[in-house]
Design a protein around this ligand. Structure first.
Ligand code: FAD
Length: 291
């Protein structure tokens, strides 16, 4: 790992660092889905679940802007926290380029960015993931189950139960199932076409769990916007605290450009803008402004 020769980006907040990092591996996880592992021992010890990094190629101007990716986990092949892993779906310019990166290539990154998930306080914590929105939940699960600690966070008490509902289009897109075979994680799968797990949306699994005799009393959610809206509505209706990790497109990642603002509730019938990159990406569902 080598500090970038470029001057630090203006307005860099917290202990975020712009630097070059070496690719350790770039493995296939599912259809159009890969996991990029970078060697970054200093940052790997600081980052917490739900935070993210901006990634771009070294030099060159295409793409000029970095793209945000949530932390998947930090452990290397020997189980030590020396790396940053990012699971990603190939959708456009940068992610197509990322798919060609190989071990020993160098990439430019800045972070850790954003607030991350709150330290869990629920008795039964549930993660609800849609598609590539599963990425922030591996580290979150390992932390909530007491298998790992991240940054300087030390939860006072761990949830009694941690469960995860993960929905994808079809079986080809199920990514990281082996990684999520975490001891103690109650893991459920749904596919839109019924090719694996429950036939239907992941929100069906959430509704089933909420109607069970051991319902979750805290929900962390990440996925496509319509799915997060549905999860939010279900949780709000039942008064279950819910946090959404937004995937709002952004240009700088550190609060300078205001391209990623969302509307949040600031009082009865009052709202204001907040930047997803610094005040988020994790927001309480009941704080987000719904028309
Ligand atoms: C905080 C945060 C964390 C994120 N974490 C992850 C992560 O862990 N893994 C991951 O894969 N993605 C993640 N994303 C989304 C990721 O940043 C985008 O997929 C990425 O910017 C796409 O870049 P690109 O250059 O490949 O696509 P672009 O060339 O910028 O876009 C090409 C086309 O793809 C469409 N597109 C862009 N983003 C998406 C999307 N998310 N889904 C579907 N279509 C899209 C655009 O509308 C456009 O038509 C995260 C976003 C945020 C804000």
């Amino acid at each position: 790992m080598q500090e970038s020769l470029a001057a630090p980006l203006p307005g860099m907040v917290f202990s975020s660092i712009q630097q070059r990092a070496e690719v350790v591996e770039n493995r296939e996880m599912a259809r159009d889905t890969l996991c990029l592992r970078l060697r970054c021992p200093d940052i790997a010890r600081q980052i917490v679940p739900g935070q993210f990094f901006m990634i771009r190629p070294v030099g060159g101007a295409d793409p000029l802007l970095g793209r945000p990716f949530a932390l998947y986990d930090t452990i290397d092949e020997s189980g030590e926290p020396t790396c940053l892993e990012f699971g990603y779906l190939v959708v456009g310019k940068l992610t197509s380029l990322m798919a060609s990166w190989q071990a020993s290539d160098e990439v430019e990154i800045w972070g850790p960015l954003g607030n991350g998930f709150p330290v869990p306080t629920a008795d039964h914590l549930m993660f609800v993931a849609g598609g590539i929105g599963q990425t922030p939940f591996l580290a979150a699960a390992r932390e909530a189950l007491g298998h790992r600690t991240y940054g300087n966070r030390r939860p006072d008490a761990l949830p009694r139960r941690v469960s995860m509902c993960y929905g994808v289009r079809n079986a080809e897109y199920v990514a990281g199932e082996d990684d999520f075979a975490v001891d103690g994680l109650d893991f459920r799968l749904a596919t839109d076409d019924g090719s694996r797990g429950h036939h239907g949306y992941v929100t069906d699994l959430l509704s089933q769990a909420l109607g069970s005799d051991d319902p979750p009393d805290g929900v962390y959610c990440c996925g496509p916007e319509p799915m997060m809206n549905a999860v939010s509505a279900i949780c709000l209706e039942r008064d279950v605290p819910c946090w959404l990790s937004l995937e709002t497109p952004m240009a700088c990642g550190f609060g300078a450009c205001f391209s990623c603002v969302v509307r949040v509730r600031t009082g009865d019938d009052e709202w204001d803008f907040r930047r997803t990159c610094v005040e988020g990406p994790v927001f309480r569902a009941d704080q987000l402004w719904a028309e």
